[in-house]
Design a protein around this ligand. Structure first.
Ligand SMILES: [Zn+2]
Ligand SMILES: [Zn+2]
Length: 245
């Protein structure tokens, strides 16, 4: 038994490993149960590699990122495996979904010529007060796991977010576009760099677009966006139609 398996077994004993999609017990090293994995996972050819959507939106929107790689579908149904797994990632310290998604995303980046290579990885930031309360930035957990999988440096000093009273997820598409102005760059020299920009959920793409635009203003030559999950078109229509409270 290797040290890694021993340590995983010990952590599993002290803090039982549960599936973030359905709360069933898992063995050490498992990230999702087979049923949740099957219901959440999008196949490589199930989504557009330019906008990250199952139903391509490239014709009605232009974006600053060049490619998108995603792992799972996110339906917004309360019992959806990915919805529950993302909630667990943000609220209950169950980071299994981040590692599961990083594994899938890394495999896709390594095995497909669709995405091109990258020099470094960075995550969509959250405000420091939110990070202090949660203890971590969930997008950065995915980014750091990707850094290990791909052997690329992970930078957390390229972008920052000022405080905002609302969470991006609760906003309509129009409000999201306005809210993204709270993201800023640190003006690092990124001349010619090819960057993998990571977030947890791709909804309208406004957040990733703003962050990609900032990285390109700092000189980045190419930005590949990566998200653990992508919403479907029905979810986005509902958000646009739903009055915001
Ligand atoms: Zn499960
Ligand atoms: Zn598309």
């Amino acid at each position: 038994m290797t040290l890694t398996i021993l340590r995983a077994s010990l952590i599993n004993f002290l803090l039982p490993n549960r599936c973030p999609g359905c709360d069933t017990f898992l063995t050490a090293g498992e990230r999702l149960c087979p049923a949740c994995e099957e219901s959440a996972l999008l196949l490589h050819d199930d989504y557009c590699h330019f906008c990250g959507k199952v139903f391509c939106i490239c014709k009605r929107t232009t974006r600053h990122y060049d490619r998108v790689v995603v792992c799972s579908r996110y339906t917004d149904e309360p019992d959806d495996a990915a919805v529950r797994a993302v909630w667990a990632l943000k609220n209950s310290y169950n980071t299994n979904f981040a590692y599961f998604a990083a594994g899938i995303i890394a495999e896709r980046l390594k095995n497909s010529a669709d995405y091109g290579s990258c020099d470094l990885i960075t995550a969509v930031p959250i405000h420091r007060s939110k990070r202090r309360i949660r203890g971590y930035n969930q997008a950065e957990v995915i980014a750091r796991a990707l850094s290990r999988e791909l052997g690329l440096p992970c930078r957390d000093d390229l972008l920052w977010k000022e405080s905002s009273q609302t969470t991006q997820h609760s906003l309509s598409a129009v409000e999201r576009e306005k809210n993204v102005s709270s993201f800023h760059s640190s003006h690092a020299d990124l001349t010619g760099k090819r960057i993998l920009l990571v977030d947890d959920v791709l909804t309208t793409g406004a957040t990733l677009d703003r962050c990609a635009a900032l990285l390109k203003m700092d000189g980045a030559a190419f930005v590949c966006a990566a998200a653990a999950a992508t919403t479907n078109r029905r979810t986005e229509r509902e958000k646009q139609d739903k009055p915001q409270s």
